[in-house]
Design a binder for this molecule. Sequence first.
Ligand code: EPZ
Length: 428
Amino acid sequence: MEGKEKLVINGGCVLEGKTRVNGGKNTSVAVLPAVLLSDDVCVIENVPDIEDVKVLVQILRSLGAKVEYETPERLRIDPRKAEGTKVESCYAGRLRASYYLAGALLGRCGQAEVAFPGGCNFDDRPIDQHIMGFQALGAATETSDEVIRAKVKDGGKRLKGNDVFFDMVTVGGTINVMLAAVKAEGKTTIYNAAKEPHIVDLANFLNSMGARIKGAGTDMIRIRGVDHLNGTNYAVIPDQIETGTLMIAAAATRGDVTIYGCIPTHMEALTAKLLEMGARVTDMDDAIRVRFQNAYRPVRVKTQVYPGFPTDLQQPMTALLTTTPGTSYVQENIYKTRFGHINPLIHMGAEARVEDQTIIINGVPQLHGAAVEATDLRAGAALLVAGLMAQGITEIHRAELIDRGYEHIEKKLNLLGARIERESPSLM
Ligand code: EPZ
């Protein structure tokens, strides 16, 4: 098994205690490119210390922005001298969100050339809707397997506001069109927009710089283009997927964990499922406590766009259900092939199969440790949950994929009673 990082889990622990969630990955990876739209310095707080953010910082620097870490979670970004319009494949190929540079650079300079994004390749993940949105705003575009090129038509510098109708709800498409439209001339209306919390957070961030965006969090977002955006000081929202992963890990180990610094209303779909299974979940103002009571019941889960059950928690949730008595069903409706966790889970003793995008799981009393490989970020998170529950030693290879979205995850879990060690070439 190839890969840089390995997590070795001595399973069978019960997670107990208090922990704190980090700032949102999927918000930060939108907010950092959005800083390029500002005409002054921005200070961004609560940024998670994860690989995807580190790569974005390199991209911003490669474009000429000055980025300083005031603390590991607080970045001071001065975009005033960012004159680059091209993002090379050595950066773009390392994360999905590099495509937000296309919207941000189009909005800033009227042109962008971004090498094709990388990131988790559990499905085709087309970007036709992003491109359609740029075109609707007056950009000429050219895409290949290697690169996305977009430029305001007829040598102009500024896009023109327009109506954008998405064929399906797309988080990335909504964000990219918001980035492109915020400094366009006139009014843009995005129909069938995504409603995820990070869309609202991005709109709040842009509005704090002087943008005029209304309706974020509904399926129709209205943007009145502005000429100029100020600097700002902004803290990104907590990560709802990290919160959910910790909630699932607490439930899976039959533990009792309180997660501070989260927004419980963002977690309602997962909370409802855990309650239905028989866990105890208590919401506080900015914390959630998850406790095991006495037994779990099987459930049916269907992934949906927000506020439905998030696809990004489908994989960890599946891991939890492998030891839930009875037959559970998990239907993946966002991606056709997000099932890279199933074979490794079977290797650890799970009884699961995929039929027509539904995972059918017959709960077993106990998983056993094994050497397994993370195929993508959330598949890795699922194997972490499984490894915590399993009897014996689990080795997760390619754990660097987990580091893309979770900050120092083994340290956080070890403080709750897990026994996880990292084997890293840099430590050997
Ligand atoms: C974002 O991906 C997240 N990534 C994903 O997080 C998340 O799984 C996904 O939204 C859904 O919530 C980031 O925020 C960086 P989409 P995105 O556009 O924007 C189809 C994680 O683990 N589609 O909402 O790429 C697409 O194939 C990750 O943190 C098109 O067909 O997702 C999918 O079936 C991975 N054409 C559906 O729409 C398009 O142009 C939703 O995708 C765009 C999307």
